[in-house]
Write a protein that binds this ligand. Structure first.
Ligand code: 5GP
Ligand code: ZN
Length: 116
């Protein structure tokens, strides 16, 4: 059973109530371009169900969490050479601003380490 939050921005994108540049869709996920891209490829992969972060998604719906990982790789394979960074900002101190699980797929440029 799918859970949604009527006040959640990304649930509204899943529902089609807010437009997004959707690049992929699967049974459990959608992927769309970040509105404030930080790399030539910057796609957000999200579960259709509302869960606040990747840990809670993995606990509640392992199939959806696994699907999210597969989709992230597929985006990197489609848009680049398979080199990518997959980031889950988790919690306010880690700069999570939207509390609907999302993986940032970043690709298309060299990246530094450690992250800021
Ligand atoms: P966080 O900071 O939670 O890890 O990432 C949230 C991301 O969502 C940010 O990179 C931000 O640019 C993106 N974002 C916020 N609002 C929208 C929106 O309405 N549409 C799209 N496509 N991206 C959004
Ligand atoms: Zn949501």
């Amino acid at each position: 059973m799918t859970s949604t939050d009527p006040d959640c921005l990304f649930c509204k994108i899943v529902a089609g109530d807010i437009p997004a540049d959707i690049v992929r869709e699967s049974e459990h996920t959608i992927a769309f371009r970040d509105i404030n891209a930080q790399a030539p490829t910057h796609v957000l992969v999200i579960p259709k169900r509302h869960e606040p972060d990747i840990g809670s998604l993995a606990a509640a719906d392992p199939d959806a969490a696994l699907a999210l990982l597969h989709e992230a790789r597929a985006i990197a394979d489609t848009e680049g050479n398979g080199t990518y960074r997959l980031v889950f900002n988790t919690g306010a101190d880690a700069n999570q601003t939207v509390f609907h699980c999302h993986g940032h797929v970043l690709a298309g440029r060299s990246m530094g380490w450690p992250p800021g």
